[in-house]
Design a protein around this ligand. Structure first.
Ligand code: MF3
Ligand code: CO
Length: 254
């Protein structure tokens, strides 16, 4: 029964052309957010900067109203892991802020996330952010047509856990294309050599969510914001990639 669900869609060249546009605009938007992050800015101001930029480019923010999500970006500070709702919270020096954003162009999606440092952050938190980003690149190194899904999951898990970090279990990466979420689900933990074979032409959102302490999370009363149970910081890094016979092409880059 799970078999049909796990069938991994592949994209035509015409589809990919649209995805490349959506993905590169997503990357450019996140670069603008990166430049805007500084002490005193609110998370809602960051959301507005992203939104205004992509609307001026005739793209649609992808998350607004997705399953009822009430904003355009997900902006998560410190112990917030993902799905933080932008609001009047001001960023402080020493915070880390994860900005997750996606757009739709011509029916196709891009999705990416970065964790930014606000001013100077303590060394241990700086390392968490670095390793989270690096875990994505470790996954990218093993990705090519013919590997199994579990190879991606296992690579991210073992890399992050070797530093003593936790891997969030309750939320996962995903296929992406003419929907924000398509098969397969891509856990950041798993066994090598297991799961479906990834074909050339698959487009995947790989998104490690990594915690400084315990991996367990809970959802706040706002119904969205996912936080670590132990209150320790968490980082998130995500790119939309294209799987080829040669390897992994990052689409959400400038
Ligand atoms: N990047 C997120 C994901 O991959 C999208 C946020 S879901 C939303 O699932 F509902 F908050 F929009
Ligand atoms: Co995603």
């Amino acid at each position: 029964m799970a078999r049909r669900k796990q069938r991994i869609p592949v994209k035509s060249d015409a589809n990919l052309k649209k995805m490349r546009l959506a993905c590169s605009l997503t990357a450019r938007a996140l670069q603008i957010a990166a430049d805007a992050v500084k002490p005193g800015i609110t998370t809602l101001e960051l959301d507005s900067i992203l939104t205004e930029f992509v609307i001026a480019e005739n793209a649609i923010p992808a998350f607004y109203n997705y399953h009822g999500y009430p904003a355009n970006a997900c902006i998560s500070v410190n112990e917030e892991v993902i799905h933080g709702i932008p609001g009047n919270r001001q960023l402080n020096s020493g915070d880390i802020v994860s900005v997750d954003f996606g757009v739709i162009i011509d029916g196709y999606y891009g999705d990416a996330a970065r964790t930014f440092r606000v001013g100077a952050v303590p060394d241990d938190i700086d390392k968490l952010v670095n390793i989270t980003e690096q875990s994505f690149y470790e996954a990218c190194k093993v990705i090519k047509a013919g590997i199994r899904l579990g190879d991606i999951s296992h690579t991210i898990q073992t890399f992050c856990e070797s530093y003593g970090y936790g891997i969030v279990r309750d939320y996962v990466g995903h296929g992406i294309g003419s929907n924000l979420h398509e098969p397969p689900q891509i856990p950041n933990f798993g066994k090598p050599g297991t799961g479906p074979i990834i074909p050339a032409g698959a487009t995947l959102a790989i998104e490690p969510m990594v915690t400084m302490g315990d991996f367990r999370v809970r959802v706040l009363d706002d119904g969205w914001t996912v936080v670590t149970r132990d209150g320790l910081p968490s980082a998130h890094y995500e790119n939309t990639v294209l799987v080829t016979v040669k390897g992994c092409k990052i689409l959400t880059k400038i």
